[in-house]
Structure formats: C-alpha cells, structure tokens
Design a protein around this ligand. Structure first.
Ligand SMILES: CSC[C@@H](O)[C@@H](O)C(=O)COP(=O)(O)O
Length: 353
C-alpha cells in the first residue's frame, strides 16, 4: 500500500486555463472526440458557458466563476475595492444564477467579494490573486482527499462511480475520481466501473475517457445495470462526488446517485462521497432545502443531437437528487472524514453555520 502517487501523470487534463486576457474552457460538450477550448472574454460569456455545460462539475464551475469575476473587473473603473464591489455586483449575480444546485459557485463568488473588502487601488490584483488561490487550493484538496479516501478502501476492491468527478470537473485530479486514481495507484482498487450517467452522459463521454488518458482500465455500464452489478459481487464501494453537502450530511449530486445509494445499502456495499469543503453548506440544514436544477427536457428526447422520442412526448429532467445522510458511509473532504454523517459529526469537522 506504499505506492507513491505520480501526480505529474494526472496533470494532462486542465479544464480551465487563464491566459491573462481570457478564460479558456475545455469544451466538455464536444468531448471525447473533439478536444477544443472555448475562449471567454467577458463574465457573461463565462456565465453562458457554465449554463450550457461547456464547463461543469461543482468545483470547476466555482473556479470558472471566480475567473469570470476577474473578467467582469475589466469592464468597470473603480478607485478601490468597495467601489468595485458595488459596480461588479450585477455581473456576479449573473454568474451566480448560471446554475443553482452546486454551492461551489456561490462560495467562490463570496470569496471574490471578500477579496475586495479593504482593497485599495490595487483591487484588480486582489481579485486575480483570489481566483488563482481558489484554483490552487482545489487541486491541493483533491490530492489530499484522494489519499484519505483511498485509505478507506481494502486491497483488491471493486468500485463503481457516477457522473464525472475527475480533472474535468475540478482544478485537476478530481474528487471521487481522485480517490479512484489514488486507490488504483496504491493497488487497493482492482476494478473500476463507471456508469453512463444519462441523459448528458458524463460517465460515458468524460469519465472513461479521462481514465483512459491515465492508462486506468474502466468498464462502462448502463445506469440501469448498477444494481445487477452490485448483486454480482464485483463492487465493494460506490464512490461519488457532490454538488452540495448539507449540515446534516444530506448530499446533492448528479441524478441517479440516490438510487445507487439505496442499492448499495440493499446489497451491503459501502457508499463514499468525496468533495472539497467548498461543497459543504452548513447554512442549509437538510437536503429538503436544496434547489434541484431542472434542465431543458430536450436533453432527454434525443441522443447526440438525433431525436429518439416521438413528437409530442413530455419529459421531466431534474439533473440532481439528494442522498439522505443515513445512506452514506463516509464523506471525505480535505478537512477530514465524516463517517456515518449526522449534524453533530458534521459540526465537529466544519463548525457551526
Ligand atoms: C467533482 S464534481 C462533483 C459533482 O459536481 C458531479 O458529481 C456532478 O454531479 C456534476 O454535475 P454536472 O451537471 O455535470 O455539473
């Protein structure tokens, strides 16, 4: 179990690049066949890219929004941080409403506002420093969580993951996928399964592609095959990311996570949530208070742009669900692991709201 993790090996995919003049986003709508960066020169372009899923994954949209605030600053004149904060607020609000469920977006923008507090004429530098810090800290948190989460996994285990929680969804390395990378490097994980994650196909288009870049074998399954897989005994842990973790441990993540947790519980498999503390929202008492994003039903009506459903059919497209804390064995963050989360154990690691 002493295999060192060669982090350089995982540095090949960077979803977010700041050029000094523009924000470049690896366009996740086009992967895996086209690797192309979308250049955003204004905060409104960043907000549109977040809404359209050109950049996606809770930590990545927080980082992109932080750089969006830096771009918004280019469009205003202000003598100090207080004046800048007032003038930037409309742009920050537009970034904030680009997607509702992942708390990392609001968290990153709150940090950007705080960076302006007390800043003088050099307020633009303060903003840029903060955006860079948010990005750098995310990468460090992912590496730490990777090692912490992997330490829970017994040698030779099989894991199943959902959605995409890798480099593409973060500053790099990933959350749940970081645990999988670390677990494979340490020889703990023998077999990786990824589900397709309908309807947007983050698993089949992004996760298995990311793992292939690292030379990690992964087996793709249909979402509907997950319970059958667990029953077959090939999986010991379900390892997922999060978009918002509440004060009681209830966790919002990609639609389908909840049914994986129910199935894991039924089959006696362990269920791990991996997320940086920027995903923890101690101000929201429970999952009942989380706004669940509903996207355009057209995402369900076709595959790769080709319509597969008869005209006139209605569809409902909630893109996240909430897994109750009692179905979670461990929440892994860079601040610590909360086993069998409840309000008291959450407070012990993250403090009171
Ligand atoms: C490290 S990413 C964690 C979550 O953001 C991820 O599991 C997820 O649900 C992403 O949803 P998406 O709609 O693709 O942004």
């Amino acid at each position: 179990m002493t295999n060192a993790i060669e982090y350089d090996r995982y540095d090949r995919i960077r979803p977010i690049r700041w050029t000094g003049a523009a924000l470049e986003l690896l366009d996740q709508r086009k992967l895996p066949f086209t690797v192309e960066y979308l250049s955003c020169a204004s905060s409104d372009e960043v907000a549109s890219a977040i809404h359209a899923l050109a950049v996606r994954g809770a930590p990545a949209i927080g980082i992109a929004a932080a750089w969006g605030a830096v771009l918004a600053a280019r469009a205003i004149e202000a003598g100090d941080g207080a004046e800048a904060a007032a003038k930037l607020e409309p742009a920050l609000q537009r970034l904030n409403t680009a997607r509702p469920t992942a708390v990392n977006l609001a968290w990153a923008l709150a940090r950007m506002r705080r960076a302006l507090t007390g800043a003088g004429a050099d307020w633009r530098d303060a903003l840029e420093r903060e955006a860079r810090a948010i990005e750098t800290e995310d990468l460090a948190a992912n590496r730490r969580m990777g090692e912490m989460g992997a330490s829970l996994i017994a040698s030779g285990s099989g894991v199943l993951t959902h959605c995409n929680t890798g480099s593409l969804a973060t500053a790099g390395f990933g959350t749940a996928l970081g645990v999988i990378r670390a677990g494979v490097a340490q020889g703990r994980i023998g077999k990786v399964f990824a589900d397709e994650t309908r309807p947007w196909m983050q698993g089949s288009r992004l996760t298995v592609w990311e793992l292939q870049q690292d030379g990690i074998d992964a087996t793709l399954i249909a979402d509907a095959a997950a319970s059958h897989l667990m029953k077959s005994g090939q999986v010991d842990w379900v390892v997922v990311g999060a978009d918002r973790i509440c004060a009681n441990g209830d966790t919002a993540n990609k639609i389908g996570t909840y049914q994986l947790a129910i199935s894991a519980h039924h089959h006696g498999k362990k269920f791990m949530v991996v997320a940086p503390s920027s995903t923890v929202d101690m101000d929201t008492p429970s999952g009942d208070q989380i706004e669940i994003e509903e996207r355009d039903p057209s995402e369900l009506l076709g595959v790769s742009g080709s319509r597969t459903v008869a005209d006139g059919i209605q569809a409902w497209n909630p893109v996240f669900d909430v897994t109750p804390a009692e179905l979670i064995d461990a929440i892994v963050t860079e601040k610590g692991i909360v086993e069998h989360p409840n309000p008291e154990r959450m407070r012990a690691v993250f403090g009171a709201a």
